[in-house]
Each structure stands twice: as structure tokens, then as C-alpha cells.
Design a protein around this ligand. Structure first.
Ligand code: ZN
Length: 156
């Protein structure tokens, strides 16, 4: 039987810095095996009972992947559409292909723009502190939609 799992999490890097947390928000709610969360994290927690607390350590390759140097590049300011406010943090796609990564502007130096298409957590080992808040059988609707319904899950 496919499960729906709810959990609170705090994500830290190896230095112990908090990168993300659900504390203060709804717990994350997801359909086991649906690819909604990192598969390695899903596998580690989807059989745990409600109330269980655990820590899950994932290497970068099992998280958001290693840094791909080919996705770090310099482009020219003139390559952006006229009128674009090119500044650090701007996100954009280079083309419309679904597999094309989302690039971020890291820095602008004169006519040169340094961009990076790696996920912000690429190359980062992930340390999750997890507390299971929900564990139940998925409904037929959830299974056919491929996601969990309810607070912290998918809203229609
Ligand atoms: Zn749905």
C-alpha cells in the first residue's frame, strides 16, 4: 500500500548551518515513491511510524548532485534581452528545453556576467533532522494524481 508521509525537517550542511526548515510551517506532506522529495530521503523515512525522530545524512550526489563546472560560465551583458535588470539573484533559462537548468546571475562585472546553472545545494552534503508527523495509506485520488492532498501537500 502506498503511504502518505508527513514530516518536519531541519536541513543542515556539514558545518551545522541551517539551510532550510519546516519548523514554524506546515509539515511537508508527500506521497511515498512519487519523486516529490529526494528519493534517498524518501527511502530513509517512508516506513517510519508517527512520532519517530531520525537523522538522515545524504552525500551531495544523493542530494542535489555534484557541482557541474560546465554550468558555471561567463556571458556578456549584451546577450540578455534589452531592458533586463541583470543583477545577482536574477534567475532565467537559456532555452525552453525542459531539461535545461535554471541559471542564476552570481555577479556582474562591467559587461561580463557570471552565471551558474547548478542547484544552490549542488555539492552540499545534506543532514536532515526529521520528525514523522503523519503516516497513512494514500487515497485512490492521491495515487492517481501522484501527490499527497492536505495541509503541507498539494492544493488544487
Ligand atoms: Zn491532486
Amino acid at each position: 500500500m502506498t503511504k502518505v508521509i508527513g514530516f518536519h525537517y531541519t536541513l543542515k550542511n556539514d558545518a551545522g548551518e541551517v539551510l532550510d526548515s519546516s519548523i514554524g510551517h506546515d509539515p511537508m506532506l508527500y506521497l511515498a515513491g512519487s519523486g516529490t522529495i529526494l528519493p534517498a530521503l524518501d527511502e530513509a523515512i517512508n516506513t517510519l511510524p508517527i512520532g519517530e525522530k531520525t537523522s538522515v545524512a545524504l552525500l551531495a550526489k544523493d542530494g542535489y548532485g555534484e557541482v557541474n563546472p560546465a554550468y558555471k560560465m561567463n556571458v556578456r551583458l549584451a546577450q540578455f534581452p534589452p531592458g533586463t535588470d541583470v543583477k545577482p539573484g536574477l534567475q532565467f533559462k537559456i532555452n525552453d528545453e525542459p531539461a535545461s537548468p535554471m541559471f542564476r546571475v552570481i555577479n556582474v562585472l562591467g559587461e561580463e556576467v557570471f552565471i551558474d546553472g547548478n542547484h544552490q545545494l549542488a555539492g552540499v552534503n545534506l543532514n536532515f533532522d526529521v520528525e514523522i508527523t503523519e503516516s497513512r495509506d494514500a487515497t485512490a485520488d492521491e495515487i492517481s494524481h501522484g501527490h499527497a492532498h492536505g495541509a503541507g501537500g498539494h492544493h488544487h
